[in-house]
Design a protein around this ligand. Structure first.
Ligand code: GLN
Length: 484
């Protein structure tokens, strides 16, 4: 077994026993990147030098008896999280030359725990998209079929994990961007409860929805990484002042007696029969482990995509106003200040980002604000209430993560609405602020991975991890690797 193909927990065990060094792990990951990155194109920046330096430091510390949770573990970071001294582009031309002078809270926490940065991964520009085709630089390919997309917007992170080009990764999820690519690449991805993880240093897309989370090879690693990044941060006033439990303690508990809700609104026309079959089988598996499946209803599900595209674009239009060619990033000189703004933004942003800024500006403009933005806020409350009601009866809700497996490159790029519908099962979770995890639950006839989504109560990631782990251990989906 090659080191790059292992997970965090396994490598940590070997490192602790002194069987291998952090340098061995980094060398293995780097040679894997050399071997497959040309096919996958998961990364925007590969930080080889930093990685070796960080590994050496980890080895030095370990030799000195210092024990750190992620010592010597190579992780890839989505390129919308600020890393001091390392370019952070959001896969946008407008930030192509941006090198942050500061570290995001999540990467600062990883550093404290001794991680090794393998590089920054590709995304849809400013995390707007579901296929990573909106990247301003290049598209990323799905390791299971390189003609297909890896999902998005954290497509680079999910593909890097699936292709063993890192040990695990961080993504961000505003409407599904961790869970959907994790499903399409056959790995585990969790969007924690809104407020669980600090957003300080995460380049803002839609601040009331954005949340950072782990993308990993298995559920145990997800718990380990969640431990490392969670917690209140005074630099993000939306991070919640709640206790952070040891999430790894949720691993290995029984699920006997657990009530799992199956919402009828998620088994609809347009759901690929192969996906439905895999998800129904997974529900059967959970039942055979002692859980009870119950029908539940989330009646406002049909409004979620429309609500999201009013709120997310409104917030984006405000957040992206800062890219004016003056403070940082790319600038196109104009004849005066306003002309510089216009030229910079016209040349710096790609078509999807422009579409969202226009949509959001429209929804927020006077005369339309009440009809769109305010109305969407009200519907958001109804969607949140749906979950609260359902969680009075069940402990977790189980759904497909995505209506289809990975689609072909170019298949949906001409029709933004089709692309928006790729997130139909993930968006409500962000609107409600609850946690969600996607775990591999089978394959289509073409050999493409399918994801099972588990949704939990606010700040109850533990139940999700317990259920996800029990399911994972009863199958071998997570152990399969793409032939590359
Ligand atoms: N695909 C959705 C969008 O395009 C969600 C993106 C995300 O979660 N960042 O907005």
């Amino acid at each position: 077994m090659e080191l790059h193909s292992l997970g965090i927990a396994e490598l940590r065990r070997m490192l602790d026993k002194g069987e291998i060094t952090a340098k061995d792990v980094v060398s293995s990951v780097c040679s894997r990147i050399d071997a497959v990155e040309e096919k996958i194109k998961a990364y925007v920046t590969i930080t080889r030098e930093e990685a070796f330096a960080m590994a050496e430091e980890a080895d030095r510390e370990r030799a000195g008896g210092v024990k750190k949770a992620l010592s010597g573990i190579p992780l890839a970071i989505k390129d919308n999280m600020c890393t001091r001294g390392v370019p952070t582009t959001c896969s946008s031309k407008i930030l192509k030359n941006f090198v942050p002078p500061y570290e995001s809270t999540v990467t600062a926490k990883l550093k404290e725990r001794g991680y090794v940065l393998s590089g920054k991964t590709n995304l849809d520009e400013f995390a707007m998209g579901s296929s990573t085709e909106n990247s301003g630089f290049h598209t990323t390919n799905n390791p299971w079929d390189t003609e297909r997309i890896p999902g998005g917007s954290s497509g680079g992170s999910a593909a890097a994990v699936a292709a063993d080009e890192c040990i695990a990764a961080l993504g961000s999820d505003t409407g599904g961007s961790i869970r959907q690519p994790a499903a399409l690449c056959g790995v585990v991805g969790m969007k924690p409860t809104y407020g669980r993880v600090s957003r300080y240093g995460l380049v803002a897309f839609a601040s009331s929805l954005d949340q950072i989370g782990p993308i990993t090879k298995n559920v145990t690693d997800c718990a380990i990484l969640l431990n490392a990044i969670s917690g209140r941060d005074l630099r993000d006033c939306t991070s919640a002042p709640v206790e952070v439990p040891d999430f790894t303690a949720a691993i290995g508990k029984e699920i006997k007696g657990m009530k799992i809700g199956v919402p009828k609104e998620y088994f609809i026309e347009g759901l690929d029969p192969a996906v439905e079959r895999a998800v129904r089988e997974a529900i059967g598996k959970l039942e055979s482990l002692g859980a009870t499946a119950v029908d539940v209803s989330l009646p406002h599900t049909g409004y979620a995509v429309a609500t999201y595209y009013v709120l997310a674009t409104s917030e984006a239009s405000s957040n992206l106003a800062r890219y004016d060619g003056v403070k940082y990033g790319f600038r196109a000189e104009g004849k005066d200040l306003v002309d510089t703004y216009m030229k910079t933004r016209a040349a710096g942003f790609g078509p999807e980002v422009k579409r969202r800024i226009m949509l959001g500006t429209y929804a927020l403009s006077s005369g339309y604000y009440d009809a769109y933005y305010k109305k969407a806020q009200q519907v958001r409350t109804l969607i949140k209430d749906d979950f609260e009601k359902a969680f009075r009866e069940v402990d977790v809700i189980v759904t497909p993560t995505s209506p289809t497996a990975a689609f072909r490159r170019g298949e949906k790029t001409d029709d933004p609405l089709q692309m928006y519908l790729a997130d139909i099962f993930t968006i409500s979770v962000n609107l409600a602020g609850v946690p969600g995890i996607s775990v591999p639950c089978g394959f289509t006839a073409e050999g493409l991975p399918v994801g099972l989504q588990l949704i939990g109560r606010h700040f109850d990631e533990e139940t999700l991890l317990t259920a996800a782990f029990a399911y994972e251990q009863s199958t071998d989906w997570h152990a399969r690797k793409p032939a590359l």
